[in-house]
Design a protein around this ligand. Structure first.
Ligand SMILES: [Zn+2]
Length: 376
């Protein structure tokens, strides 16, 4: 059965032309319901803080957006079969937009969105316990952490070229240049999963990204194929199938992976397996959407320096792409089995061009997400 069938989505985007330029605009609101959880997505045109709290009698969820104008419409949003009874908004304090969601008395909420995002994603779910959760406002200028993962290393050379080029050396050379470029950006902190020629297990690469609170994860590889004519770059995001099996793993091992995109799963010990799986699934689906968006931008930049093996973002269950809440892509920079491309990939100037293209892709993605994101 198509798992998305149960999602009800309304996406409304209207731009205000009269709002003061410095104000943040709330440009879209989306409500989706899946099994036992309702997901509310707010999209702003720029990074800003918010304050979220719940009040009782009647139970309601209150979101205060400072310096923000409401520039979309709530009239066409369907609340049928959701945990929300009513939505309203106003400006109780000058300049502060307050959105109030009337919810069932036994509902709780969790914030699912990454902190740097202009999107605020909240999951509302039923709970037997009635506690009030207050999420402090996220600091708006936390550095954006980008983890670069040079494929293979040490005992694992990766693909081998006819001229003797090893994939592990190509990926490290490109990744190092990429990290240097990224770290010249004032708000970006870029890290490598390995800094030299040594072996790092795939799970450890994911753990490193999680520990660093990564906002993006980019794996760098080089391809190989028995047909030596095959050539060009490609970009992969996680497939839904890979996501589903990973969600099952997270559920089974929640002691090790208790924190998920602001969702503290350990708080949910009294909750059902189904609820936990829905929360993970909602986060993962949002992450794959972001990964595909990043991948599409990446292909448009790679196209300027090389041919493309696949012109669209491919999806596969690669282990290193399986963080449920970190947008992740894998870039295949070219084919080492193609001698012409091998000559390119071992050339420092060409490596610089590839690193620059990946860097441009990341930069544009971050701009679109945090500065002029329109929710489309
Ligand atoms: Zn590889």
């Amino acid at each position: 059965m198509n798992k998305f069938k149960k999602i009800i989505a309304c996406f409304i985007i209207l731009f205000s032309v009269i709002t003061h330029a410095e104000n943040t605009k709330l440009i879209a609101m989306q409500i989706a319901h899946k099994e036992s959880a309702t997901q509310v997505t707010f999209v702003r045109n720029q990074l800003d803080t918010q304050r979220i709290f719940s009040l009782s009698r009647p139970k309601r969820l209150v979101i205060d957006f400072p310096r923000t104008r409401f520039t979309t419409s709530i009239k066409t949003i369907s609340l049928t079969n959701t945990l929300i009874k009513n939505i309203r908004y106003g400006y109780p304090k000058s300049g502060t937009l307050r959105v109030v969601l009337d919810i069932n008395a036994n509902s709780q909420f969790k914030i699912l969105s990454p902190s740097y995002n202009t999107k605020l994603i909240i999951a509302i779910y039923s709970s037997a316990t009635q506690t009030t959760l207050i999420k402090p406002s996220a600091p708006p200028l936390r550095p954006i952490v980008v983890v670069i993962d040079p494929g293979h290393g040490g005992k694992d050379p990766g693909a081998l070229g006819f001229l003797g080029t090893k994939e592990k050396n190509v990926t490290l050379a490109i990744a190092k240049q990429l990290v240097d470029l990224l770290n010249q950006q004032p708000r970006v902190r870029a890290l490598l999963t390995r800094r030299g020629d040594y072996f790092v297990p795939l799970r450890d690469r994911l753990k490193l990204a999680r520990k660093a609170n990564a906002n993006l994860f980019i794996a760098v590889h080089a391809d190989s194929y028995f047909n030596t004519e095959a050539g060009g770059a490609s970009v992969y995001a996680l497939s839904q199938h890979g996501a589903t099996s990973e969600a099952a793993r997270w559920l089974a091992r929640r002691d090790n992976y208790s924190e998920l995109g602001g969702v503290d799963l350990s708080e949910l010990t009294d909750q059902s397996y189904l609820l936990r799986s829905v929360l993970i699934d909602l986060a993962q689906t949002a992450t794959i959407t972001d990964s595909l968006r990043l991948g599409t931008i990446m292909l448009s930049k790679l196209r300027t320096v090389t041919t493309l093996h696949y012109s669209r973002v491919e999806q596969a269950p690669f282990m290193v792409l399986k963080s449920p809440d970190i947008p992740s892509i894998l870039v295949e920079t070219g084919f080492l089995s193609n001698t012409k491309e091998e000559r390119h990939l071992r050339d420092k100037n060409y490596q610089t061009k590839i690193a620059q293209a990946i860097y441009d892709g990341i930069r544009i993605y971050l701009q679109k997400n945090s500065l002029d994101h329109t929710g489309t």
